[in-house]
Design a protein around this ligand. Structure first.
Ligand SMILES: [Fe+2]
Length: 295
């Protein structure tokens, strides 16, 4: 095969850098899969992505070969040729060393298993970002150099990395909550001096109420609407009571009641004089009843 041209060398260079990253991640993902065991969904997705990553490495190897180069993931692999050694070797040595160092480091760091898992997912997230950046560059370079196959490969790989990154992003809240539960005492989970109740205390109040073991506090906080309805009923009832009191007092002939009755009938006369409806009558009853209920 003829020596690669400058165009091919450039594409081989970028492809080899992505290849080194994929090979690094094959090692890293294996360590992450072991640590993700308690989180079954995460473990399964990491396993799937491990398979995806190995397939990506193979795709890149084939593409580099088609361009007249040789994929090189580092000094441990046999026979880096002149092209891959010149354009990808340095990067791949670094990738390999980084991957080798990363497995054991990931097992040791962190303040507990939950924290460790969260850190691994954070690393996995930025690894995906780095891969996405590689494939963006390759796709753009391939388009600029009219290499449709390389452009398509980069596009396909980028989409896989984006899907993985999105999945990882979706894990963060859950894993952070696990860290908080494991490491932060319940009483320290809200800002000092905070007066607002935390969402966890709200939800526990809700669950206590629904399980039938609610305290008077959760009842009063949870039934504002019922309270308001009851207040309205009480007001209506006191209106009826007051009207009845007025009638009784008038018939009993006490001085106060007579006065009230006189006022009431005066108001009635005046309102009849002003209008012909019963609505003003009702208003007068209601105002006299409200003063009656106060006394
Ligand atoms: Fe990948």
């Amino acid at each position: 095969m003829a020596d690669p041209t400058a165009r091919e060398l450039k594409l081989i260079q970028y492809l080899n850098e992505a290849y080194g990253k994929e090979k690094q991640l094959e090692t890293t993902l294996q360590a992450q899969i072991k640590l993700a065991k308690p989180e079954k969904t995460l473990e399964k997705r990491l396993k799937d992505h491990y398979k995806e990553t190995k397939a990506q490495s193979k795709n890149i190897e084939r593409r580099i070969k088609a361009l007249g180069g040789k994929a090189d993931a580092g000094p441990d692999l046999p026979g880096p040729d002149a092209v891959s050694g010149a354009v990808g070797g340095v990067t791949n040595v670094a990738n390999k060393a980084l991957a080798a160092a990363k497995g054991p480091v990931q097992a040791l760091r962190g303040t507990g298993p939950e924290d460790n898992l969260l850190r691994n997912v954070r690393d996995a997230y930025w690894n995906e970002a780095e891969e996405i950046a590689h494939y963006n560059v390759i796709e753009s370079a391939a388009n600029a150099l009219d290499d449709k196959e390389t452009a398509q490969l980069a596009k396909d790989h980028r989409r896989q990395e984006e899907r993985m990154q999105k999945f990882l992003e979706g894990q963060i809240d859950k894993l952070v909550k696990s860290v908080v539960r494991a490491e932060i005492p319940a009483k320290e989970r809200k800002a000092p001096g905070s007066t607002t109740r935390s969402s966890s205390s709200r939800s526990s109040s809700r669950s206590r109420a629904s399980s039938g073991t609610s305290t008077s506090r959760s009842t009063s906080s949870g039934s504002t609407a019922k309270k308001a309805a009851s207040t309205t009923k009480k007001a209506a009832s006191s209106t009826r009571k007051a009207a009845s009191t007025t009638r009784k007092a008038a018939s009993a002939g006490t001085k106060k009641a007579a006065t009230t009755a006189r006022r009431s009938s005066a108001a009635s006369r005046s309102s009849r004089a002003k209008s012909s409806g019963g609505s003003s009558n009702g208003a007068s009853t209601s105002s006299s009843s409200s003063s009656a209920s106060k006394s």
